[in-house]
Design a protein around this ligand. Structure first.
Ligand SMILES: Cc1cc2nc3c(=O)[nH]c(=O)nc-3n(C[C@H](O)[C@H](O)[C@H](O)COP(=O)(O)OP(=O)(O)OC[C@H]3O[C@@H](n4cnc5c(N)ncnc54)[C@H](O)[C@@H]3O)c2cc1C
Length: 391
């Protein structure tokens, strides 16, 4: 795509939106829309971003901030590696917190260690570094907390990244809003989209190409595409707690249940045995469809999750039994005997049983981009670069 002549650099007001024309109109100001805007301005394109809320409050600020690079497989592994470069570049430009902190995967059974060994066999010993029990426990230890005695080993994945989900997307949005090639329209709801036209509650915006990056709300704008791919809402229960005193690990921490979710681990031969083992040992936990994991934010709080529930319409109610169970699981791993819970919330993301990444073309010049699995933070900048290559 070549850049159109730029009419007048600088920010326009909502009042002039009816006349606005740009190379690209992006609907949705979560990380997928913002990463596309970031990649577009790097290529000299003039961009308008339409976001119905006044700041990012969707999946992109409710997640763990774990760019789970190493555990992707197939074409998604290449997208993840490309995304890694984009995340680090955006963090430098926009000034948000991002660390090449890696990821620690905790092994507490022979079946879990067998998955990690197979994962190392596939990815190589540099990308998947198998650790002893003591090496894992050393990383998890706090000043007065002793990690789980059941830990028998684990793996460190040095390519994984950490960002702070509460600040990364908002700071990227601020950076874009100040960019001369970008107009970011907060509080503006797109209600229908045609080729080159986005009709909003504040007027019509024109652009050579329209990208629809609205996450789980794809069904509101393009119901046929959503239905064809069985897109539904996945809800997750999350909590924010104070980290154990002296805990210092910036790496994301994954567990056995995570090994069943991330493709590069889940498709290893020993994963079937692990699933059977976990289901037999703890059917109540497995009923929650869990990914027991946690990350530490730069302010010393810790994000703990998660469970998964799938429904076209998200049920609004949090189940306290699930929250308590997830907190107990992470308490056991870290050795924290009690948590000070600061917040609980529900995350929602788009899910399709048919694909992890959904790209559709509902009309000429209109492309929808939806990550339909829980890895949109991981893939965001890689997907954006690929979309822009194809325009
Ligand atoms: C609890 C939780 C934990 C997760 N953990 C991770 C993780 O650690 N690593 C990882 O890789 N992924 C993770 N994910 C997945 C990841 O967060 C998502 O895949 C990603 O944030 C999706 O980004 P998005 O921009 O598509 O969606 P969103 O962030 O939801 O943004 C979509 C935006 O579109 C806007 N919008 C919708 N409709 C309209 C409209 N009609 N007009 C204008 N604006 C509109 C919305 O207001 C919203 O701001 C997690 C998700 C959750 C919920």
């Amino acid at each position: 795509m070549s850049a159109a002549p730029h009419p007048s650099p600088g920010r326009e007001t909502i009042a002039t939106m009816n006349d606005a024309r740009s190379d690209l109109v992006i609907v949705g100001g979560g990380i997928i829309g913002l990463a596309h805007a970031f990649e577009a301005v790097r290529r000299g394109l003039r961009v308008q971003v339409i976001e119905r809320d006044r700041r990012p409050v969707g999946a992109s600020v409710r997640n763990f901030g774990h760019a789970c690079i190493t555990a992707q497989s197939g074409p998604l592994a290449d997208l993840a590696m490309r995304s890694r470069v984009g995340w680090l570049r955006a963090a430098v430009e926009a000034g948000f917190w991002a660390r090449e902190a890696g990821c620690l995967v905790v092994g507490r059974s022979e079946a879990e260690m067998a998955v990690l060994e197979a994962f190392r066999g596939d990815r190589g010993p540099e990308d998947v570094q198998v650790l002893s029990a003591e090496q894992v426990r050393d990383q998890l230890r706090g000043a007065s907390t002793e990690p789980d005695a059941r830990i028998i080993g684990g793996a460190f994945l040095p390519l994984d990244l950490r960002v702070d989900p509460r600040t990364a997307a908002p700071m990227l949005a601020d950076w874009l809003a100040a960019h001369p090639l970008v107009d970011l329209h907060w509080g503006t709801n797109a209600h229908s989209i045609d080729s080159g036209l986005v009709h909003t509650n504040r007027g019509t915006v024109r652009g050579q190409h329209v990208l629809v990056c609205v996450g789980h709300d794809l069904d509101r704008l393009h119901p046929a595409d959503a239905e064809r791919h069985q897109v539904r809402r996945c809800t997750l229960q999350m909590a924010l707690v104070d980290q154990p005193d002296g805990y210092q690990l910036d790496a994301a921490v994954l567990t056995g249940t995570s090994m069943l979710r991330y493709e590069a681990m889940a498709r290893t031969a020993p994963a079937a045995e692990l699933r059977a083992e976990l289901t037999a040992a703890d059917p109540e936990l497995m009923d929650m469809d869990p990914n027991v994991m946690f990350t530490r934010r730069p302010d010393g709080t810790m994000i703990i999750g998660d469970s998964h529930h799938y429904d076209p319409t998200a049920d609004p109610f949090l189940d306290e039994r699930i929250s308590e169970r997830l907190l107990a699981e992470v308490a056991a791993i870290t050795g924290a005997d009690r948590w000070r819970v600061r917040q609980r919330w529900q995350g929602v993301y788009a899910h399709s049983p048919l694909t992890d990444l959904l790209v559709t073309t509902p009309a000429p010049g209109v492309t929808t981009v939806t990550v339909t699995s829980g890895i949109g933070m991981t893939l965001s900048f890689g997907i954006a670069a690929r979309t822009l290559d194809r325009l």
